[in-house]
Design a protein around this ligand. Structure first.
Ligand code: 2BA
Length: 108
């Protein structure tokens, strides 16, 4: 068994969860925050049999888009602690996946 940990953009999470559950995969949704942009994103935990991993990855690919995001990071210039916002373009997503071996899966 594998645990697919998928970090996706909030905008893609709804349709992705619908498609995964329609295909009878079980999903847990966690609200998460990216360390770089400090913006909300969604982390999904999907436990599946080994042979189902390609299907899960395909459904994620179908639902998750890469987006260009313009953000502004703040820099501090000394002296006087002046904050200067500067625009920054980053490409986010489609999705970041970690696929882990599951040692044991117990349902009680
Ligand atoms: P964030 O950390 O908020 O990163 C958002 C996007 O900013 C990243 O998109 C990447 O394009 C850019 N970025 C991140 N760190 C950067 C840096 N040090 N310098 C320049 N640009 C940087 P993605 O790579 O698609 O990542 C989207 C989200 O997935 C991340 O949000 C983070 O929450 C998660 N993530 C990505 N890689 C990860 C990893 N190796 N471990 C844990 N979480 C990860």
């Amino acid at each position: 068994m594998k645990l697919v940990v998928a970090i996706v953009q909030d905008q893609d999470a709804g349709s992705l969860i619908s498609d995964l559950t329609d295909s009878e995969f079980r999903v847990t949704k966690l609200a998460s925050t990216g360390g770089f942009l400090k913006a909300g994103n969604t982390t999904l935990l999907i436990g599946v049999d080994d042979e189902q991993v390609p299907d899960v990855v395909r459904i994620i690919e179908e639902n998750c888009k890469t987006r260009e995001i313009t953000t502004s990071l703040l820099t501090v210039t000394m002296p006087g602690d002046t904050y200067i916002p500067y625009p920054l373009e980053v490409k986010v997503g489609g999705a970041t996946l970690f696929i882990l071996d599951v040692e044991k899966h117990i349902k009680i």
